[in-house]
Write a protein that binds this ligand. Structure first.
Ligand SMILES: Cc1cc2nc3c(=O)[nH]c(=O)nc-3n(C[C@H](O)[C@H](O)[C@H](O)COP(=O)(O)OP(=O)(O)OC[C@H]3O[C@@H](n4cnc5c(N)ncnc54)[C@H](O)[C@@H]3O)c2cc1C
Length: 575
């Protein structure tokens, strides 16, 4: 059995940033990641990260308050306002820290960090490194971790990769560690710790059409949920307007920020025809653009009834090569289109889960010793919708905050409860029995269940939602949840067993899909990213509240919690 003062689960931006903070405070930390940290989804982020640096002439008046206001307004007033302000106040410091650690940000002519426009700000605030921002941020943080992994006078930093956390050790409501499946050796082990931070990323793979990597399954949210930690606001899903037709690979908003046009099959910039997008056009908030694109396709002005065109040709060769080289590569590789010469076929796709593991402003959950940060967590700074560029920001700001508060918790003596050693052996034995039990299943093929789940979510819990289709989706997911109990696996044993891995992931997929679709049906209003055709307006009197979902065997039990509205009055928004 291993012991580390704190275990961070996740080697993406949030996990690595939390680990560095713990290390800085001389706490012995281990990072556990199911893939090599550099394969975390963060590496795919393209467009950029927000901070009110005021480096662009049009944004020279920018401030953390303006940034926080845009964040709260973008969230359709569901964000907790003090948490949003903390995000934006820490932003310049955290972005400059990344710069000093070596991130090669793109530059203004006078050498400052360049900023580009992204939806919801009205002027350029998004710092970027070409269209590979996540890539360079993650590599830089990883280098910092390796530095302390190899030679550390301060604390200890260990990285375990290709090890999968399958459960928490919770005793009398306190978290004492995690259960880990070493994928390479097949061993099941417990890591004891004083605190655990989950930074396990998003859950895009419960949908078929998503920009998320295969690893973003939601299992990392389901594990604490099964252990008693509530999930907050999970009905809110951000659909990204521009994903590549066929694979749904992201075509960054930066492409529109740099001046790209969205065109229908008549060659028209159709966003001008809709009241809610006629002013900001291509850089209007993502939910608005995604809805208007869907309307356009549904009304027959798309191509093959499936997609629209993202046209970059007028930007010219030089700008495309300098600012959007990754987009060009992806378009050439996956749809054989060179954006210098032809428009890119795009359609909306699932991109981001605003909700997640419920935490407070310090990253702490309601279970002592358990913390969360990054996309898997919900502080909440994004409310019902997030601004592009705020998510990577959240990973480094709240990753550092969660690391700092877990460190403080440990240095203050932790929960004060010393668990009986027996609970660790029991937890390990229970997990072994559960996993081995999965080899003696029935006759359901997990791949069929996954396919049916994806198409259900694509059709029933998409950009436009309404009662009947949501209920049909719920019935289907309850059916899949029952069928999952009888899955059959083709290979047994715990070493490198991908069959078992995907079956475990599927368990997480199904759980999180159920929380999402039931939350969407329960919330009878339109707010932020959730558009209910049967309740097309926002209803602050009834629904200006967070959704909390608690695990129960026959599906989630819902409660509500208050939104922090202590700074700004909610203002109306048109749908
Ligand atoms: C294509 C794309 C482009 C994006 N572009 C932008 C952008 O331009 N700007 C922006 O602000 N945001 C962007 N986002 C969103 C942003 O990149 C993510 O929200 C953010 O990077 C998530 O970071 P994270 O550290 O929370 O999780 P991730 O980077 O997803 O990392 C999750 C980690 O958890 C580990 N893990 C998960 N489950 C387990 C388990 N059970 N056991 C062990 N380890 C586990 C994984 O191995 C991984 O290391 C983009 C997202 C996508 C998908």
């Amino acid at each position: 059995m291993r012991y580390h003062q704190v275990v961070v689960v996740g080697g993406g931006l949030a996990g690595l940033r939390a680990a560095l903070e713990l290390n800085k405070r001389n706490v012995k930390v281990a990072v556990v990641s199911k893939v090599h940290p550099l394969r975390s989804h963060s590496v795919e982020a393209q467009g950029g990260i927000n901070a009110s640096l005021g480096n662009h002439p049009r944004g020279s008046h920018d401030s953390p308050e303006l940034h926080a206001f845009d964040t709260v307004k973008g969230s359709d007033y569901l964000a907790d306002q003090k948490a949003a302000l903390r995000l934006t106040e820490d932003a310049p410091k955290r972005v400059r820290e990344m710069e000093h650690w070596g991130v090669p940000f793109s530059r203004t002519p006078d050498g400052k960090i360049a900023q580009r426009p992204f939806g919801g700000a009205g002027f350029p605030r998004t710092c970027f490194a070409s269209d590979k921002t996540g890539h360079v941020l993650l590599h830089t943080l990883f280098e910092q971790c390796v530095k302390y992994e190899q030679a550390s006078e301060r604390g200890e930093m260990v990285i375990y990769d290709e090890q999968i956390v399958t459960g928490l050790v919770v005793d009398e409501g306190v978290c004492h560690g995690v259960i880990v499946w070493n994928f390479q050796t097949g061993e099941i082990d417990v890591i004891k710790s004083e605190a655990v931070i989950f930074a396990t990323g998003g859950a895009g793979r419960i949908f078929g059409k998503t920009t998320n990597a295969l690893v973003s399954t939601g299992l990392g949210m389901a594990i604490p949920y099964w252990g008693g930690v509530p999930i907050k606001d999970f009905e809110f899903v951000q659909f990204h307007p521009t994903t590549l037709f066929g694979t749904n690979i992201l075509m960054t908003e930066g492409a529109r920020g740099e001046g790209g046009f969205l065109l229908n099959n008549e060659g028209e910039r159709f966003l001008a025809n809709y009241d809610d997008s006629s002013k900001a056009m291509e850089v209007a908030p993502r939910d608005i653009v995604a809805r208007n694109m869907t309307r356009e396709i549904d009304e027959g002005r798309g191509f093959e009834d499936e997609y629209l065109h993202l046209d970059l040709r007028h930007l010219g060769r030089e700008k495309i090569l300098e600012r959007l080289p990754g987009i060009r590569d992806l378009a050439m590789k996956f749809v054989h289109v060179d954006p210098i010469e032809a428009p890119i076929p795009v359609q909306p796709g699932m991109h981001y889960t605003m909700g997640g593991i419920d935490t407070d402003e310090t990253g702490a959950s309601r279970v002592p010793g358990f913390y969360a940060a990054g996309e898997c967590g919900c502080v909440s700074v994004h409310g019902a919708n997030r601004l592009g560029g705020n998510s990577m920001l959240e990973t480094i700001v709240y990753g550092a905050i969660a690391g700092d508060s877990a460190a403080q918790f440990v240095l203050d003596g932790g929960s004060g409860k010393v668990p009986d050693e027996k609970i660790f052996d029991d937890a390990k034995n229970r997990e072994l029995a559960r996993l081995e039990g999965m080899f003696n299943g029935g006759n359901e093929n997990p791949a069929d269940i996954k396919d049916e789940l994806e198409s259900t979510m694509n059709r029933k819990c998409w950009v436009f939602r309404e009662e009947n289709t949501l209920q049909e989706g719920i019935e289907k997911i309850e059916e899949l949840r029952e069928r999952y109990k009888n899955i059959t696996l083709n290979s047994s044993g715990l070493r490198l067993n991908f069959d078992l891995l995907w079956a475990l992931e599927l368990g997480g997929n199904l759980t999180m899909a159920e929380v999402m679709i039931k939350g969407a049906a329960r919330r009878k209003e339109s707010r932020g990213s959730q558009f209910r055709t049967d309740y097309p307006t926002r209803d602050d009197a009834k629904w200006l509240e967070h959704t909390l979902a608690y695990y129960a065997q026959d599906g989630p039990r819902f409660e509500a919690s208050d939104v922090d509205l202590s700074i700004w009055e909610p203002k109306e928004r048109k749908y």
